[in-house]
Structures are given as C-alpha cells and as structure tokens.
Design a binder for this molecule. Sequence first.
Ligand code: SF4
Ligand code: SF4
Length: 92
Amino acid sequence: MNGKTIESRCGILCGECAYREQMGCAGCVHIQKPFWGEGCPLKDCCEERQLEHCGQCEEFPCDLLNQFAYDERQGDDGKRIEQCKCWREAAL
Ligand code: SF4
Ligand code: SF4
C-alpha cells in the first residue's frame, strides 16, 4: 500500500479497515451502497460532484467532512482529511 491509491471518497484507508475482510467490503469507491446502512452522505456528495475523492472539491474540507473526521466516536482526528490532501498532491 503506497497511500496513493484512492480507496474511499472521504480519505479513510479501507485497506486498514477490519470490515474489509469481515464483511467482504470492497471499499466505498467500488460499491453502490455501503453494507452498513442506507448510504453515506460523503460518498453521495462526492459522487454527485463527479469527484474521485473529497480532496478534489472546491469546498474541501467542508463542514460535513470535518464533522465526520472529528467525530468523537467514529472520527479519526482528521487523518482522513490529511489522506485526501496526500491523494490531491500525488495527482499534481
Ligand atoms: S465514510 Fe463514506 S465516504 Fe468515507 S469511506 Fe465510508 S462510505 Fe466512503
Ligand atoms: S469536501 Fe464536502 S462538499 Fe466536497 S465532495 Fe466532500 S463531502 Fe462533498
């Protein structure tokens, strides 16, 4: 894993996620609908804008992304936002 492959819309590294094997999840870039629920607002927003990931967005990092990234229980202290920046820079 070189960290350059786009694995998600929001910057989460799916390769590091336990559910990948447990649930057979291919990662949100490759699936229509996440296994864990109805949908993801970040995935939907990004795909509606026809972006590969949030780092390509004019509004990056928007309030919604910040809210997810710094969520007390499910956030990762902004790590996914940094990952989006890495993907953005890798593409320059
Ligand atoms: S939170 Fe949404 S955008 Fe981020 S990895 Fe999960 S499905 Fe994809
Ligand atoms: S940064 Fe925010 S507004 Fe832009 S695509 Fe991602 S979720 Fe949507």
